[in-house]
Design a protein around this ligand. Structure first.
Ligand code: FE2
Length: 286
C-alpha cells in the first residue's frame, strides 16, 4: 500500500509578542494557505506563545484549530524556548489534537514534565519532542526523552515517522549564533533516529527556511510566522523583517520528502522589525 501525506508546517507564532501583531501574522498565513489542497495535518513546531502564557496557546489553538476543523484534519504542537510546559499542557494537552479538538496523543510519562508525545495520522507516526530548556534559548533533549524516542521507534509505522521539535540539530557554518542557540545534543538525536523509519525532522526556531541532513535524514527548518530573519544582513547582526511563511511537506511521493515554502501576501513584507547585534542582542538599528 502506498501512503501519501501532506503537512502544513507552521512555527514560531509568538503570540503576545510586543514587537509585531502576531495574531494578524498567523491569520494572514492561514488565510493565504486556504487553497492548499489535500492537507492531512497541520504542525506547529514551537514558540507558540512569546510570553509563555496559557492564553497565547489557547489563541493559537483556536486559530489553527478553526483551519483544521474546516478540513477535518488534526493539528499537532511542540514546545519552544518561549513556551512554558505548564501553559502548553494546560492549553494543548499532549499537543496532538484531532479536528474536533480531542486529544489524540500518547504523552511520554515520567516525572520530568517534558511534553513529548506520539500519535498516528492515517498510518504516519507523528512524534513531538520537547527541546525546551527553561530560561535558555538553546535546546537540549534529556536522556529520558531520547530513551522514550528509541522505544517508540523500535517498531516501524505503516507510513514511517516524522519527528517534530523546535530546535534544529543543524546550523549554517558562517552564522555566529546558530550553533549556540540550536539543539546542543544533535548527535544524541542522530543516534536515536539513525536506521529507523524517520522520514524527516521538522523544526522551527531560526525563523528562516533551511535544510540539511542529520546522519542522512532530512532536517527541515520552516520560516517563522511572526517574523522572518533576513540573512542578507552581515553575519554578526540579526535583522528580523515582517512576512509570515510556512511550508508544505509532501511525504510518500517519488521525491519524498518534498518541501515547498508559502509566503503570506503581506504588503509590508520585508519591513524591518528589529536589527540587533547577534552576540549581545544590543539594538544596532540606525
Ligand atoms: Fe525559538
Amino acid at each position: 500500500m502506498t501512503f501519501r501525506h501532506r503537512i502544513l508546517h507552521l512555527s514560531d507564532t509568538h503570540l503576545n509578542s510586543p514587537a509585531v501583531n502576531a495574531p494578524a501574522a498567523l491569520a494572514r498565513i492561514l488565510h493565504d494557505a486556504r487553497h492548499v489542497p489535500d492537507l492531512d495535518l497541520v504542525v506547529v513546531s514551537g514558540d507558540i506563545a512569546d510570553d509563555g502564557s496559557v492564553q497565547a496557546c489557547v489563541d493559537v489553538r483556536e486559530q489553527v484549530g478553526r483551519f483544521c476543523a474546516e478540513r477535518g484534519i488534526p493539528h499537532v504542537y511542540c514546545t519552544g524556548n518561549h513556551d512554558t510546559r505548564e501553559a502548553f499542557a494546560s492549553a494543548l494537552g499532549s499537543g496532538h489534537l484531532a479536528a474536533d479538538g480531542a486529544d489524540i496523543g500518547a504523552a511520554m510519562s515520567g516525572a520530568s514534565g517534558e511534553r513529548a508525545a506520539v500519535s498516528s495520522v492515517n498510518g504516519l507516526r507523528v512524534i513531538t519532542l520537547d527541546s525546551l530548556v527553561p530560561g535558555q534559548v538553546h535546546g537540549h533533549l534529556s536522556p529520558v526523552q531520547l530513551s522514550w524516542l528509541r522505544d517508540v521507534l523500535a517498531e516501524p509505522a505503516p507510513a514511517g515517522t516524522i519527528v517534530v521539535l523546535h530546535h534544529p540539530p543543524i546550523a549554517v557554518p558562517t552564522s555566529p549564533i546558530m550553533d549556540i542557540v540550536n539543539l546542543r545534543n544533535g548527535a544524541d538525536l542522530a543516534d536515536a533516529v539513525e536506521g529507523t523509519d524517520v522520514r524527516a525532522i521538522l523544526c522551527g526556531h531560526f525563523h528562516l527556511q533551511l535544510s540539511g541532513l542529520l546522519r542522512g535524514i532530512p532536517v527541515w527548518v520552516t520560516p517563522g510566522v511572526v517574523t522572518r530573519i533576513d540573512f542578507t544582513e552581515r553575519p554578526q547582526w540579526e535583522r528580523a523583517v515582517l512576512g509570515a511563511g510556512a511550508t508544505v511537506v509532501d511525504l510518500g511521493g517519488p521525491a519524498s520528502p518534498l518541501f515547498h515554502v508559502l509566503h503570506a501576501r503581506d504588503p509590508r513584507a520585508g519591513e524591518q522589525v528589529y536589527l540587533v547585534d547577534a552576540a549581545s542582542g544590543a539594538d544596532v538599528s540606525p
